[in-house]
Ligand binder design. Sequence first.
Ligand SMILES: Nc1ncnc2c1ncn2[C@@H]1O[C@H](COP(=O)(O)OP(=O)(O)O)[C@@H](O)[C@H]1O
Ligand SMILES: [Mg+2]
Length: 312
Amino acid sequence: MVNIRIGILCCKKTPENILIHKYLTKKYNTYFLNPTEIELDLNKNESNINLILSRVERDYLQCGLKVLRYIEDNTNVKIINSSKSIEICQNKYLTYKVLKEYMPTSLLVSKENFQNIEYLIEEMDLKFPIVVKPVYGGYGNGVLKLDDMKDLKNIILKKYIINKKENKDLKNKTNKINKNDDKNNNYFINNNYFNGTIIQEYIPYKHDLRVFVINNKIVCVMERIPRNDWRANCSLGAETKLFHLREDIVDLVLKSIKKTNADIAGVDVLIDKENNPYILEINITPQFRNIIKYSNIPLEILKFIGNISGNN
Ligand SMILES: Nc1ncnc2c1ncn2[C@@H]1O[C@H](COP(=O)(O)OP(=O)(O)O)[C@@H](O)[C@H]1O
Ligand SMILES: [Mg+2]
């Protein structure tokens, strides 16, 4: 047993976290650290840990970031996926600010500017259909494709002024749209925590890819082929297969990873009909229950930790 004590920072014992734990335990003393329960006292438990693997979930983001920042500021503990990279990647608009030139054109809508939406869209030369998505989100939840300004305005109004009594009429009216997408709409409205919305250029994609990167190296590329949905999330039933990535797209992905400082991440990439690539998002606590069919991700994580600690 090598003398390294690893803490996996997460609230939920997902299949991924359990597998990572299982592999790391082969070589290291490995513990689960729950950010909601951890005592931020350097003389206590976490001071014995010399490496933290962050698997902080979106639902516990603020708490997880607080713990990571504390450890970064006060100790020499090595952290895999720093607080900075998590902050950037979990927030799709911050990701856009960092990776603007590689991503579909995007606009942030908020309480402050939603009334000028028509003007803003025109100014940015965004054409319908467009995509609307929450700043914080996953599994394709709340990701909508809208065909015209009427639908867009309804969605945006619904999100930003639905709770005001005087808008009861509007509520009745907007309830009629997108009946098929009710689950998405409700998700959108009910999540006040997700206080921003992104309007994004729609890319009619030929390929939707999940690129798994560990330590600035591409470990696996999986194409996700949507079934019964325009979105290609596996959670929405997409089928998968291995995909060979062109050298220039490899460079693009690795450049994006460098800019966001992510150590372990699942990058979503779209390739359009003219073979132009786009970075869509960087998943900083990636699931791997599908991609594990093609690549042993927990083993790759174990190897990575061996490399950085000189224990391979
Ligand atoms: N701008 C876009 N153009 C085309 N398809 C998109 C766009 N944005 C999202 N999608 C589709 O929706 C899926 C989910 O969007 P994504 O931004 O990755 O959010 P999530 O975090 O919910 O996975 C993508 O994998 C893609 O298939
Ligand atoms: Mg995604």
